[in-house]
Design a protein around this ligand. Structure first.
Ligand SMILES: [Zn+2]
Ligand SMILES: [Zn+2]
Length: 258
């Protein structure tokens, strides 16, 4: 083990303790939220779900009544798209990989959402490009590729439902690197609502009251008070053997991820 690796291990351990403390603080709080004291002494709250985002890839902070999510845009897990020689590279012989590699691009992006997102009176269709940010740091995309159905590009998706095109790694399908038929947090959608795996913590199984976007209002592992959130809809997509993360439409008011 070289010195850098040792250093990384120490940093990782310290970071782990930090997360533990934050988690304990969050858990001891009545409403599950993380209290943050601003410069002027007012106490604002960051939703407890934000603690799930990888702090190596994302920087999340309050700005008035908004939450800013800054990300490197890079996934914190293995993929063939890291390219040979990278520590996170794995061989995926069944993936019809595109020539693009994660390290060759700056995929950094920022999303600002309300700390208290509201359902809008009209829905908004999703479009190409990022429609949210995953807890891994990488972008969430909808069920389209270029200007066609995702089917044509499905063979290029890695084991975690992600690929690169044109210049950022992004997920179209259930991100199996950390969520597979469970209630884990997937990330945040551009309208400020969180998206969870196929199951809901409030039920321990698949919700059956979802709207067309996969949303419903219930408690989650992050909040004791029912709130609107999305799920990956438990319907297999095409021949992929997997599930679209989020096709939309947005039920809130989306902001740009850029
Ligand atoms: Zn794509
Ligand atoms: Zn739910």
């Amino acid at each position: 083990m070289n010195l850098n690796l040792k250093k990384n291990k120490i940093v990782a351990t310290i970071f782990g303790l930090f997360v533990l403390v934050i988690t304990l603080i969050a858990c001891s709080n009545d409403d599950n939220n993380i209290d943050i004291t601003d410069d002027d002494g007012t106490v604002a709250e960051l939703h407890a779900a934000f603690a799930e985002f990888d702090t190596d890839e994302t920087d999340i902070y309050l700005d008035g009544s908004n939450v800013v999510i800054e990300t490197t845009g890079r996934p914190n897990h293995t993929s063939s798209y890291w390219g040979q020689g990278n520590a996170l590279y794995i061989d995926e012989p069944d993936v019809a990989a595109t020539p693009s590699l994660i390290p060759n691009y700056d995929a950094s992006a920022t999303l600002m959402v309300s700390t208290d997102p509201q359902l809008a009176s009209n829905t908004t269709a999703t479009s190409l490009g990022a429609i949210g940010i995953a807890i891994s740091g990488a972008a969430l995309f909808n069920d389209q590729e270029g200007n066609g159905a995702l089917d044509q590009a499905a063979a290029s998706l890695d084991y975690s439902g992600g690929h690169i095109g044109p210049s950022e790694y992004h997920y179209h399908l259930e991100p199996r690197a950390w969520s597979d038929d469970d209630e884990d947090l997937i990330g945040i959608i551009a309208d400020g609502f969180f998206i969870y795996g196929r199951k809901c913590n409030s039920l321990g199984t698949y919700p059956i009251d979802l709207d067309a976007s996969g949303g419903h209002t219930s408690t989650t592992q992050h909040i004791d008070e029912a709130e609107y959130h999305y799920h990956i809809i438990n319907e297999l997509y095409s021949t992929t053997g997997s599930y679209i993360v989020f096709a939309g439409p947005y039920n809130g008011t989306p902001n740009a991820v850029n």
